[in-house]
Design a protein around this ligand. Structure first.
Ligand SMILES: Cc1cc2nc3c(=O)[nH]c(=O)nc-3n(C[C@H](O)[C@H](O)[C@H](O)COP(=O)(O)OP(=O)(O)OC[C@H]3O[C@@H](n4cnc5c(N)ncnc54)[C@H](O)[C@@H]3O)c2cc1C
Length: 480
């Protein structure tokens, strides 16, 4: 059977989700095609989770324009979509004289990017703000609007809200070809059904070059740039309250230390170019380089308090740079590439930019008058007052059954994660929605219980429950 739509968005990472949500404000039919079992993307679920200001972007670029525009949008967006977010601010300490001399250049760049709230701070002021900073600090910059977010919830929320507004999501479905006719998009061939469509928006991140190849527009290559991280226990002795950033280099923003929105310490990332788009291993050398570099900023950082390590792959582009492309000889095709180190932040302004460009190119989309702006998040039992918890348990006793002890996640929250629109179908999908398994024991205790609940609620055997994508079974059968 052939499906029919107006727009196919390829990829349900931050960018595809934001594009889909923006389109859902209009009277236009949209299908998001995602090869993974869940929305959330690839790079979008393995990053530093910082909403940047754009202070250090290359001035005059599309990336600078979009990051600077995006940052203020988060104040309303996170309220509408119920996404954990905090404007904790960043400090950029200069530890050496050489670094100190670079500060005016960095501040001038921030001003070129229209980020005017960047300020100098003395070493003394920085140590008052951040007592665990290297006491040698000579001074630095304060960037108040650098912020932290829950990147998983951001993308889920964008997708759930797009879904509430009529967008269809085809998960576990890979785009394998795009058909064109007389210089126009005709259809998208997937591992599921073929979709007849007028527009295709390529938001495939690491694989955007392979999609571009399908329409003969492969003018670049994606080079994965790996970033490794440590996540430290919430109780680690040496903590920071702000995002502590090193002086950036041409290749990377450098290795930082900051709190996550849920109170762990995040330390990293590295920046290592690699050929593989799937190798997300961490390495002893990579992790050691993080420890070495971050100790210059925060000497007491204790990586022995690590509860997990992970890595993400930045969809870097060769030739470099964030690109938005449409072609006169290929009507209906939009290509996004080089969404590299700031894509989580700029996803929301990119959504608006894409739609504006389509409208400017003659798309006759009309705004709906019934757009649902708000999304209801999952109740966080652990963040409720005793009275609220009591009321929740009286209303639904499953709030009284704690499944994840480290993060105090209840069975009721897991059921909400499974049964809401675009609900969780795998153990990782539950984890990203409610944090069961994100704590100190990393699912050692609650993992089997989550498998049991998923199997019961989905009416399948535990052997059919995946960790994430199809085939990543966690239970293979009984031992006796
Ligand atoms: C280490 C690291 C740190 C970072 N830190 C930050 C930060 O602090 N702040 C910030 O703003 N940004 C940060 N970023 C960048 C940010 O994470 C990315 O730019 C952003 O997530 C890219 O989003 P995306 O939607 O383009 O790509 P992705 O999240 O990769 O999503 C692309 C989606 O397309 C799907 N797809 C691909 N091919 C196909 C196909 N053929 N058919 C169907 N689906 C397909 C994939 O499965 C995936 O879900 C960081 C990135 C990394 C790796």
């Amino acid at each position: 059977m052939m499906l029919k739509t107006d727009v196919v968005v390829i990829g349900a990472g931050a960018v595809g989700s934001a594009v889909a949500r923006e389109l859902s404000k209009y009277n236009v039919d949209v299908i998001v095609v995602e090869k993974n079992e869940d929305v959330g993307g690839d790079a979008s679920k393995s990053n530093s989770a910082i909403i940047h200001t754009g202070y250090d972007a290359a001035p005059g670029t599309l990336e600078s324009q979009l990051v600077v525009a995006a940052n203020p949008m988060y104040d309303d967006l996170v309220k509408d979509l119920d996404v954990p977010f905090s404007r904790i601010g960043a400090i950029l300490p200069a530890i050496t004289d050489e670094q100190f001399e670079k500060l005016p250049e960095i501040k001038a760049k921030a001003f070129k990017n229209h980020v005017y709230d960047v300020e100098y701070k003395s070493g003394k002021e920085l140590l008052e703000m951040e007592p665990n900073l290297n006491p040698e600090v000579k001074g630095g910059l304060w960037i108040p609007r650098e912020s932290i977010i829950d990147p998983f919830i951001l993308v889920q929320a964008l997708c759930e809200n797009a879904h509430d507004n009529g967008v269809r999501f085809l998960l576990n479905t890979k785009v394998v070809d795009i058909k064109t006719e007389k210089g126009k998009i005709k259809s998208v061939v997937t591992t599921g059904e073929e979709i007849e469509t007028t527009y295709v928006i390529n938001c495939a991140g690491l694989y955007c070059d392979e999609i571009a190849e399908m329409v003969g527009k492969a003018e670049y290559k994606v080079v994965a740039r790996k970033g490794q991280f440590f996540i430290l226990d919430k109780n680690t002795s040496c903590q920071v309250e702000h995002i502590v950033l090193p002086i950036p280099t041409k290749v990377t923003k450098g290795k930082l230390m900051c709190p996550t929105i849920h109170g762990n310490m995040l330390v990293g990332p590295t920046a290592e170019d690699q050929d593989s788009k799937v190798d997300k291993s961490t390495s002893a050398e990579g992790l050691q380089s993080i420890t070495n570099d971050v100790k210059n900023l925060v000497p007491g950082v204790n990586v022995r308090d690590t509860i997990t390590q992970y890595s993400g792959l930045r969809p870097n582009r060769n030739p470099e740079g964030l690109n938005f492309d449409m072609w006169d000889d290929l009507e209906g095709y939009v290509n996004l590439s080089g969404v590299r180190s700031t894509g989580l932040t700029l996803s929301v302004s990119m959504g608006k930019y894409v739609v504006e460009q389509l409208l400017n190119h003659g798309a006759g989309f009309k705004l709906k008058d019934n757009f649902i702006k708000k999304r209801r998040g999952i109740v966080k039992f652990s963040e409720c007052t005793i009275e609220e918890q009591d009321a929740l348990i009286r209303e639904n006793p499953l709030y009284g059954n704690v499944i994840c002890r480290c993060e105090t996640i209840t069975e009721a929250e897991i059921l909400d994660a499974i049964h809401r629109p675009l609900g969780a179908r795998s153990v990782d999908a539950v984890k990203r929605r409610v944090r069961a398994g994100m704590g100190r024991c990393q699912g050692g205790f609650c993992g089997p219980k989550v498998i049991e609940i998923l199997a019961r609620e989905l009416g399948v055997s535990p052997t059919e429950i995946n960790k994430n994508n199809d085939g990543s079974y966690m239970v293979t059968g009984s031992t006796r």
